[in-house]
Design a protein around this ligand. Structure first.
Ligand code: GUN
Length: 293
């Protein structure tokens, strides 16, 4: 079998188009322009790239960008004061504080200071808790995108065995909660898991979010499995040129899986599309409106 390649770029583009349509409706019918505030502290090059692409997507969707850059030496107090200002600003529908933060700043304290209704990352303890007890919540962007990609090839995940490799607060744990909410039977594997290969072989859906290049080999997969690869790892390729690979050995996996997300072009584009979705949903909820997405 050769796996179907799940085109994250195309699925994300379609979602961003729907978000732009909803933004246009909010402007036309209610005079509301959703706004996303992105806070970057310091100058981590990878974070700068992410923040730029988020701001570009905000503008493309017809929403209002509101970028704030603080120096790497900013104090926790300064960041908390900025978040308080954004919480109170009616033009701001969503707040994202780019992680990681410099060591003098307690990231959990900053996340907890964001108004849960504007928490478009879905990282606030209120949203984490609401997701875990099955209440409507803003849900983390990468995990939401992973589940959308799996559902693009298998609309009903009910009863399927899902294995998530990785237990981070940003991806592993929330993707497990979202899969559980879809009625999958979920196992979370991590660095202490015994016989990871045998566990993976039981998975109808495998989500790899460990950050280890090509850790998951083709022979670890159940034939026909849906493989969602969250990894973005830079490795040296042929001729000393660097290239990006996922957490799954793609060419091996393609021969056995039923469907697989490529890296790049799989999960990555979905993260930003889901951030746009969360921002428009937050704008609706803050204004007492029902989102049509
Ligand atoms: N850093 C890496 N991924 C993320 C994310 O999804 N949200 C935020 N705020 N920071 C990140």
């Amino acid at each position: 079998m050769t796996a179907a390649i799940i085109d994250g770029k195309a699925i994300a583009a379609a979602l961003r188009g729907k978000v732009a349509g909803e933004v246009a409706r909010l402007k036309r019918d209610h005079g509301i322009t959703p706004g996303l505030a992105v806070v970057l502290v310091g100058n981590d090059p990878a974070s700068e790239v992410y923040v730029r692409s988020k701001s570009r997507a905000v503008i493309e969707a017809g929403m209002a960008p509101c970028d704030h850059k603080l120096p790497a030496t900013a104090s926790e107090h300064e960041v908390l004061a900025l978040v308080a200002k954004l919480n109170a600003d009616p033009a701001v529908s969503g707040i994202l504080v780019q992680l990681p933060l410099p060591p003098q700043i307690d990231a959990q304290k900053v996340i907890a200071s964001i108004d849960p209704m504007k928490d478009v990352d879905g990282f606030h303890p209120v949203n984490v808790g609401r997701l875990s007890i099955g209440l409507p919540a803003l849900t983390p962007c990468t995990p939401t995108g992973c589940v959308m990609l799996a559902k693009s090839v298998q609309p009903s995940l009910g009863g399927l065995d899902a294995v998530v490799i990785g237990r981070s607060n940003i991806v592993g744990k929330p993707v497990a909660q979202l899969l559980l909410a879809e009625n999958a039977t979920v196992t979370i594997a991590h660095s202490k898991t015994r016989d990871l290969a045998a566990l993976c072989r039981r998975a109808d859906i495998l989500v790899a979010a460990i950050g280890k290049p090509e850790l998951v080999r083709g022979h670890w997969l159940k034939p026909g499995a849906i493989v969602v690869d969250v990894g973005i790892n830079r490795v040296s390729g042929e001729g000393g040129k660097s290239k990006i690979v996922g957490d799954v050995a793609f060419d091996e996996a393609k021969a056995l899986a039923g469907a697989i997300t490529p890296v790049p072009g799989g999960v990555g584009p979905m993260t930003i599309a889901c951030l746009m979705l969360n921002t428009v949903r937050a704008a609706c909820a803050l204004n007492g409106l029902k989102a049509s997405l």
